[in-house]
Structure formats: structure tokens, C-alpha cells
Design a protein around this ligand. Structure first.
Ligand SMILES: C[S@@+](CC[C@H](N)C(=O)[O-])C[C@H]1O[C@@H](n2cnc3c(N)ncnc32)[C@H](O)[C@@H]1O
Length: 135
């Protein structure tokens, strides 16, 4: 994992599309793909540093800003893996590419979290939920 590459990817996403974008899921529910604010990102980073997790689960990857903040807290825990879930296939693919480009230890799982979670095994030390909360 390269901290500099992760920080650079965070800076890039912080200046990009901060208003988010709307989406409609398969059932017609409407939501917003708003990235976390920088203060929330800092909180995620601190929580990750203090939890010193072996495994992190994120639900609602979007373009990966929060994922990158989580990864930035892992600098001293090189074996940690982050699993993150995103139901939009195009967004999931580009987010995985972004994680690969900065060598963040992230696996983006494509699909509805309600289905994907059942395919994941083991326990997680830190879970961040940022998918659609309303119905
Ligand atoms: C608020 S955005 C996530 C923003 C992201 N955490 C960030 O900080 O950049 C919510 C994301 O969750 C995804 N999503 C919503 N409901 C989902 C579900 N049931 N399963 C998987 N992904 C879902 C949406 O497609 C959207 O990209």
C-alpha cells in the first residue's frame, strides 16, 4: 500500500463531483451518491487507526472516497483487507480500478449488499455503512 498514492487519490476525489449524483436502484428507489465530507473522512481515518483492524467492511462504496479514507488509516497494518460493496456495476468497476491504481488493499464486490453480505465469510473488526438508508 502506498500512502502517497492514497492521499493523492483522496485529494483528487475531494475536488471532484462533491455534490454527488442521483441514482435509481433496481426497485425504483431513488438515492444520492454523495461522497463523505472531509471531516467525516478524517473521522473514518482516526477510527481505523484506533481500531487497528484486520478486516474492514464498507457497504456503499460509491466512487471510493470513504474507502480511501479508511485505507489511509491502515498505513501501519499492511495485512488488513477492506471489502466494500457497490450495486452499480460501472461505478464498482471504476472504483476497483481506482483502488488498484493506488495499491489500496480493497476488494470491491458488485451487487446488492443484502445479497453480497451472505457470500462473505469471517468476521470484520470495523464496519462502515454508507448505502441507501431510506426505503
Ligand atoms: C452515499 S453513496 C456512497 C458514497 C461513498 N461511501 C463515498 O464516501 O464516496 C451510496 C452508495 O451506495 C450504493 N448503494 C445503495 N444501496 C446499496 C445496496 N443496497 N447495496 C449496495 N450498494 C448500494 C449506491 O449505488 C451509492 O454508490
Amino acid at each position: 500500500m502506498t500512502t502517497e498514492l492514497i492521499e493523492s487519490a483522496i485529494r483528487e476525489l475531494e475536488t471532484y463531483n462533491k455534490q454527488g449524483e442521483s441514482y435509481t436502484d433496481a426497485t425504483g428507489r431513488y438515492g444520492w451518491r454523495n461522497p463523505v465530507r472531509a471531516d467525516t473522512g478524517d473521522l473514518l481515518r482516526v477510527l481505523t487507526i484506533s481500531a487497528n483492524p484486520a478486516r474492514v467492511l464498507e457497504i456503499g462504496a460509491g466512487h471510493g472516497l470513504s474507502t480511501l479514507y479508511l485505507a489511509s488509516g491502515l498505513a501501519n497494518h499492511k495485512t488488513c483487507i477492506i471489502d466494500t460493496i457497490e450495486f452499480d456495476p460501472g461505478v464498482a468497476e471504476s472504483t476497483q480500478q481506482r483502488m488498484n491504481d493506488c495499491k489500496a488493499p480493497v476488494s470491491v464486490h458488485t451487487g446488492d449488499a443484502l445479497d453480497v453480505i451472505g457470500t462473505l465469510s469471517g468476521h470484520y473488526d470495523l464496519i462502515f455503512f454508507d448505502a441507501q438508508k431510506g426505503c
